[in-house]
Design a protein around this ligand. Structure first.
Ligand code: CA
Length: 219
């Protein structure tokens, strides 16, 4: 999963980026509204954490720009305590949830994961695809209830695939959701990860559709 963090306070932005990376996300950061408006409208993010109090083009204007550009990504707004007007404006502009500052970092990550899960159409906290299950909160994957040992990158790829099990995912789509901005998106290394995942979860669970991509099957 890939997250966009928009926060102009450098220390808080660094904390958010570090915490989301630690939680397994590919993370891009933006410190001003112009940059954020462009990134959220043009790149593929699974969630955005958006500070409403940005200098210049504020978070609500950024969010309005995303929605006007057709970007449907889930958005968790960061607002000042008691700033009811900001919260109302954020929701009207298309925010999905908010937390007030100062916040407890695990809560931000919990809410972000919940938004991602709901956006992918999963109502329960755990995501199941046949014998394969994933608990996003704990970051755990199991096969027939036995924990799988995955590298961070394998977990990121499988996490995206299990959220979208049954759907054909092109290599481009998967790449967009597992690599950070500025990282060379190498289909070769993605193929290597898919091969390793097949070895760990059973080759028959990841179907290759020639010229179209991969599909995780709920078997
Ligand atoms: Ca701010």
């Amino acid at each position: 999963m890939r997250a966009l963090i928009v926060e102009d306070d450098p220390a808080l932005a660094a904390d958010l980026v570090a915490a989301f990376r630690e939680a397994g996300f590919a993370v891009d950061g933006a410190a001003d509204g112009e940059e954020a408006a462009h990134m959220g409208a043009t790149a593929a993010y699974d969630v955005a954490i958006l500070d409403i109090g940005l200098p210049g083009r504020d978070g609500v204007a950024v969010l309005s720009a995303w929605r006007a550009a057709g970007a449907a990504l889930p958005v968790l707004a960061l607002t000042a305590r008691d700033a009811w007007a900001d919260k109302a404006r954020a929701f009207r502009a298309g925010a999905d949830d908010y937390v007030t500052k100062p916040f407890f970092m695990p809560e931000v990550i919990l809410r972000a994961r919940s938004l991602i899960r709901r956006a992918a159409g999963h109502a329960s906290a755990g995501i199941v695809a046949g014998a394969l299950a994933h608990d996003p909160e704990l970051g755990v994957f199991t096969l027939d209830a036995a924990p799988l040992r995955l590298t961070a990158f394998e977990a990121r790829v499988l996490g995206y695939m299990i959220h979208h099990a049954g759907r054909v995912l092109s290599r481009t789509e998967i790449s967009e959701h597992v690599y950070e901005d500025g990282v060379d998106r190498d289909f070769g290394s993605l193929e290597v990860v898919i091969r390793r995942l097949r070895g760990k979860i059973g080759a028959h669970r990841i179907e290759t559709l020639r010229g179209r991509g991969y599909r995780l099957l709920a078997l």
